[in-house]
Design a protein around this ligand. Structure first.
Ligand code: GLN
Length: 371
């Protein structure tokens, strides 16, 4: 039984936790800053020590981005390895349930209970090596080939975040891991591709909220009046923006230019990763260009908010597992690192995360809470 349900961005649309009908979630490390979204409350609760394990969803980064901002661990599992039965769909080809905990070992312990094929979710598959989850052992780091995609370490990355990541990678290298440069050349199309696919699927999935079977019905004159009033009053501004954008992308004449094109670029992004994994075992990237940003600093610019996801959407497009773990601090704010593996390598990723966490104590640091 869940002990609590936590705050989140409406319909899991958001990167900061500010698009909730209940108000913004705050970052436990600095209450004037966002915790990251969309699974903002679940991740902030783990960071604040309210619970040992939480579930969020990750469509384009919604457990990993907040884990980075709040100094905890979170996994986006390989698409399909956790049942989505009971989860409200946002963008079905991307949606994935994601566990959050202090450490990779705690994620593994929780995952061991819920992982696997579920007849109620026809997209679900079994996770290989799931028997290693319950008592996860740290992996050896000697000889591990870690790829650093050069497109993720450009001017857009804040120097403070870069410095923390370099220290973390140096620590892994000192244990015998081999750090090499790789290239994921289609990264520059990531945000456009993700938001075209996301909004298109959102507009389709959310059409069911018409006040007939789903949605809080608002009565108005006639069927059309009822549906439009229900949707007008029921959806917040971000949901409306995505429904409108997505309906446009899918409309006759624009479908090929936008949605279909995005699907093709999605394949190119997936192939980038496949080529990189011929050279390395795991890819390490930042989780976000900066540390947690101040509340209110991006809400007036949807584009700026979308750009916060620049390092987390490609793994979702390529349906790969990705683990966020704490890597250090900058000016008192947590900085996370992301480890991405080939499809179905989730257990191995957690074992590598556990090895790093045996060498470091960033994940054990707790915010000082004052109310
Ligand atoms: N921030 C991304 C978006 O708004 C990801 C959301 C998510 O993963 N649920 O779509």
């Amino acid at each position: 039984m869940p002990v609590a349900k936590a705050n989140m961005d409406e319909f899991a649309m958001g990167s900061s936790g500010e698009y909730s009908a209940f108000g913004a979630t705050r970052n436990p490390w600095d209450h004037s800053r966002v915790p990251g979204g969309s699974s903002s409350g679940a991740v902030a609760a783990i960071s604040a020590g309210y619970a040992p394990f939480a579930l969020g969803t990750d469509t384009g980064g919604s457990v990993r981005l907040p884990a980075g901002f709040c100094g905890v661990s979170a996994l986006r599992p390989t698409y399909g390895t956790l049942s989505r039965y009971g989860v409200m769909a946002m963008a079905s080809s991307l949606d994935q349930v994601g566990p959050v905990a202090v450490s990779a070992k705690d994620i593994a312990a929780g995952l061991s209970v819920i992982v696997g094929r579920d007849p109620q979710d026809s997209t679900s598959v079994d996770l290989p090596n799931a028997s290693r989850l319950a008592e996860l052992k740290a992996s050896k780091l000697k000889g591990l080939r870690i790829g650093l995609p050069k497109e993720y370490f450009t001017e857009g990355l804040s120097p403070a975040v870069r410095e923390v990541l370099e220290t973390a990678l140096g620590r892994l290298a000192s244990e015998g891991a081999e750090v090499v440069e790789v290239s994921l050349p289609h990264t520059r199309f990531a945000i456009d591709t993700y938001y075209l696919i996301n909004t298109s699927e959102v507009s389709s999935n959310l059409s069911r909220f018409d006040g007939v079977r789903y949605g809080a019905r608002k009565s108005s004159e006639g069927l059309h009046g009822m549906i439009s009033q229900t949707r007008d009053e029921g959806f917040g501004p971000e949901a409306k923006r995505r429904i409108l954008l997505g309906a446009f992308c899918l409309s006759k004449g624009f479908y090929e230019a936008f949605y279909l094109k995005a699907l093709k670029v999605r394949t190119l992004i997936t192939q980038d990763f496949q080529a990189a994994f011929e050279k390395v075992d795991v890819i390490a990237t930042p989780l976000s260009p900066s540390t947690a940003f101040p509340i209110g600093s991006k809400t007036t610019s949807p584009l700026e908010m979308y750009l916060a996801d620049v390092f987390t959407v490609t793994m979702a497009l390529a349906a790969l597992p990705a683990l966020a773990i704490p890597a250090g601090f900058s000016n008192g704010l947590p900085v996370g690192i992301q480890l991405v593996g080939p499809s179905l390598s989730d257990v191995r990723l957690l074992e590598i995360g556990a090895a790093y966490q045996e060498l470091t104590d960033h994940h054990l640091k707790q915010p000082h809470l004052e109310f």
